[in-house]
Design a protein around this ligand. Structure first.
Ligand code: ATR
Length: 279
């Protein structure tokens, strides 16, 4: 084996990248397993991403890495072996290199579902889910929720055409609605998911009435700064089970680590507290 093979190195590439928590997460796992590896944040501007990607195939410097905003769509297009899921979502967040070929997948949906499985185990008994937002994050979430056989998925979005596109793409279990229909759509739902940036620090928040939902409904947010968004606080006040978005971030990192470093890491309270302490 060559030297370059022995250096286990992975990356997260984005622009900007300084805010990324991924180095902290992967470094924690590397230390825990005693693996002599490295996980680096790399800032690559969009115009340089093609070159970065070509170098990946040939340099043998990296086992693979994560891709974040704004490169997820391009990474999926450039990958030599995007898996079915990445192709379906049109976006990749995890890459690995074998024999000069770049493979790609998308672990956002896995992270979303794994977080709910950990923190609100009965969530998938819901017959009806309401999803706010129709962007890239929403797409990954819809895919994952649909795979867990939730019967009805209702997508509510400011720009209703985007919700309709998703309904067309995902088939008859997905329904599109305008924002004005939110209150009505919430009736009898067992799961509500915010996939927009509303409620994030520095962004406006959204007031939602959860009273029409089932008593044992779960409300979750993909936002994790702040950990408890105004929306989650309100849902909690209305007696719902709430799940913050931090666990999605932590869990989406698991499959990549396993591919690059050969061990399946745990998303535990120690890791959660480590990331919270840096927020
Ligand atoms: P991502 O890939 O992170 O999901 P995106 O594709 O830009 O990002 O999607 C952002 C989502 O948040 C969209 O559903 C967007 O609504 P529009 O499709 O109408 O743009 C939603 N969103 C962002 N800001 C919003 C706001 N102030 N009010 C309502 N929805 C908002």
């Amino acid at each position: 084996m060559s030297d370059s093979r022995e250096t286990l190195t992975a990356f997260v590439v984005g622009h900007p990248i300084h805010h990324s928590r991924s180095p902290m997460i992967h470094t924690h796992w590397l230390r825990g397993f005693g693996i002599a590896g490295e996980y680096r944040a790399i800032d690559v501007a969009p115009e340089q991403f093609g070159t970065f990607f070509s170098d990946l195939r040939t340099s043998k410097k990296f086992r693979g890495g994560n891709v974040t905003i704004p490169h997820k769509e391009v990474a999926c297009k450039l990958a030599d072996r995007p898996d079915e899921l990445a192709q379906e979502l049109g976006a990749a967040n995890t890459l690995w290199v074998t024999d000069g070929l770049v493979h790609a997948t998308n672990t956002d949906g896995y992270g979303f579902v794994a977080n709910l499985d950990q923190r609100a185990p009965g969530w998938s008994k819901a017959d009806k889910a309401v999803i706010l937002g129709a962007g890239g994050a929403s797409r990954a979430v819809i895919q994952a929720v649909r795979d867990r056989k939730i019967g009805e998925i209702h997508v509510v979005n400011r720009t209703v055409e985007r919700a309709r596109e998703l309904a067309d793409r995902f088939g008859s279990c997905v329904h599109a609605h305008e924002m004005g229909a939110l209150r009505e759509v919430m009736s009898g739902a067992g799961l509500f998911i915010n996939t927009t940036s509303l409620g994030m620090d520095g962004q406006e928040s959204i007031a939602i009435d959860f009273t029409g939902m089932q008593d044992e409904a779960t409300v979750t947010d993909i936002v994790y700064v702040p950990l408890k968004t105004p929306m989650l606080k309100e849902a909690e006040r209305q007696g719902k089970t709430t799940v913050d978005g931090l666990g999605m971030l932590l869990n989406q990192a698991v499959p990549g680590f396993e591919k690059w470093f050969g061990k399946r890491p745990a998303v535990d309270e120690q890791l959660r507290q480590l990331v919270i302490s840096d927020m």
